[in-house]
Design a binder for this molecule. Structure first.
Ligand code: ARG
Length: 265
């Protein structure tokens, strides 16, 4: 039940380039507020009994706070990230080094992929996003390395450029998602795979409400996603709202700040 997370304090957080539609460098962002909000997220995980490890932030990598993009860890194996934009390029090796130094088997990827931003792991399958960042060939590479079936889903709305901005696992078998973020074929795949899914509307998606982290009972979710929170409560989940408004100025929410380390099993 307790989870193991890797996070990166936003000590060098800025919005100084724009690689997604949420980012407006001219408007900037307040680093102190970002750090305070991030501390709130970390504290929420620790209060739930989850373990949080930290990777040292690197000066000049303002998006390194978004740890989800740093790798994909399943069954104790670490599939490294290879970023689509050069601004984030050095983050891939930095995260891979963190794992290698701790003895994890790691794979340096041949193909562009942004870690858990585009790979979400369920009990029997890994869901993988493509369309904006992760190359569909990386889905195959991950499947071969991890030995888990990987299902490709196509994202079509630039505001939801990573899979984790449009969908989150509620537990090992079910998900919540915003259908309009996906191509018609991928919507049909999701309908078939998850007939009992929680479907979110535009208002919740537009505050990055789908960028949430569930441990199967508790859902840590952006405070502004009010309809989605009501529906989750109705389904019996405990809702833990967090304010990450400053990090949203870079296009990130709770899940983006959180890389799950899944052990051997
Ligand atoms: N500014 C970052 C980017 O565009 C935000 C990453 C958010 N991470 C995520 N897992 N969705 O790459």
């Amino acid at each position: 039940m307790p989870k193991h997370f890797l996070m990166c304090r936003p000590d060098y957080f800025t919005v100084e380039y724009a690689i997604n539609p949420w980012m407006h460098p001219e408007a900037g962002a307040d680093r102190d507020v970002a750090v305070r909000q991030w501390e709130g997220l970390k504290a929420a995980y620790e209060e739930l009994g989850h373990r949080v490890d930290l990777i040292d932030p690197i000066d000049g990598l303002p998006d390194m706070v978004f740890a989800a993009n740093g790798a994909l860890v399943v069954g104790g194996r670490v599939y490294g990230a290879r970023f689509a934009f050069p601004q984030r390029g050095p983050e891939g090796p930095a995260y891979l080094r963190w794992f290698a130094e701790r003895g994890y088997p790691v794979l340096e990827p041949a193909h562009v992929n942004e870690g858990e931003g585009d790979f979400l792991t369920l009990d029997e399958v890994v869901l993988a996003g493509t369309g904006f960042r992760t190359d569909v060939v990386a889905h195959k590479e991950a499947q071969e390395f991890l030995g888990r079936p990987v299902v490709s889903l196509t994202l079509v709305d630039p505001r939801f450029y990573h899979l984790d901005t449009a969908l989150f696992p509620l537990d090992g078998r079910n998900v919540a998602y915003y259908p309009q973020a996906f191509s018609p074929g991928s919507q049909e795949v999701l309908r078939r795979m998850f007939p009992d899914a929680v479907l979110a509307g535009a208002e919740d998606a537009e505050v990055l409400g789908l960028n949430a982290v569930s441990d199967g009972r508790n859902v840590v979710i952006n405070a502004e996603a009010s309809s989605l929170q009501l529906e989750l409560k109705r389904r019996g989940y405990e809702v833990i709202p967090v304010d990450l408004s400053e990090l949203r100025k870079a296009g990130g929410g709770p899940k983006c700040c959180t890389l799950e380390i899944r052990g051997e099993n």
